[in-house]
Ligand binder design. Structure first.
Ligand code: 5GP
Length: 191
């Protein structure tokens, strides 16, 4: 069984990464999405082990010290990280593995796994991004501002990505992402 490819998906909070990834996974076989660890508090409806492994800062630090993370980063004041062992196991089984991580983490992974394919998801406009974050209603005004400031910083890194997908329409953007993943299987997926 050929080893799978690592697909890194980044993009500002509110660009709709989660929705696109859910749809692609339902459609394309042999794709697995890594569940990250975080010190962030769960949002209403989020489930431990499905959305994230919600860890205390102490437990997160212990896993950093033990070298359990493939990458980790601080985003909006919380720590997020990808656990190495489950990702490695799935790649070895021939699954393409999706990491939904921020650009700091994406660049760390690209350094150690240069074959990883990087995809950046953007909202059609900055105004639309703000509208989507506010509509979700999960953050205070202060937190919304932090997320928008992070979005501006992250957008500056878009050129380091192999593909950029504009989430103007969920069905269309899902098709584009699915095509990228399918093309990785046939020609390596580089643009
Ligand atoms: P949220 O709090 O909205 O779930 O995620 C905030 C940000 O953290 C998003 O940009 C998301 O991509 C990023 N993120 C989630 N998991 C990881 C991870 O394991 N590593 C890194 N570096 N970023 C992550």
């Amino acid at each position: 069984m050929a080893r799978g490819t690592l697909i890194i998906i980044s993009g500002p909070s509110g660009a709709g990464k989660g929705t696109l990834v859910d749809r692609v996974v339902a459609r394309v076989p042999r794709v697995w999405v890594s569940v990250s660890a975080t010190t962030r508090q769960p949002r209403p409806g989020e489930v431990y082990g499905e959305d994230y492994l919600f860890l205390s800062p102490e437990d997160f630090q212990q896993r950093v010290d033990e070298g359990d993370f493939l990458e980790w980063a601080e985003v909006h004041g919380n720590r997020y990280g990808t656990l190495r062992s489950s990702v490695e196991a799935r790649l070895a089984e021939g699954y393409d593995v999706i990491l939904e991580i921020d650009p700091q983490g994406a660049l760390q992974v690209k350094e150690i796994m240069p074959d990883a394919v990087l995809v950046f998801i953007v909202a059609p406009s900055f105004e639309e991004l703000e509208r989507r974050i506010r509509r979700r209603g999960a953050e205070t005004d202060e937190q919304v501002k932090t997320r928008l400031a992070t979005a501006v910083r992250e957008l500056a890194l878009v050129d380091t990505y192999d593909h950029v997908v504009e989430n103007d329409d969920v069905a269309r953007a899902t098709d584009e992402l699915a095509c990228i993943i399918e093309s990785i299987r046939t020609d390596g997926g580089r643009p």
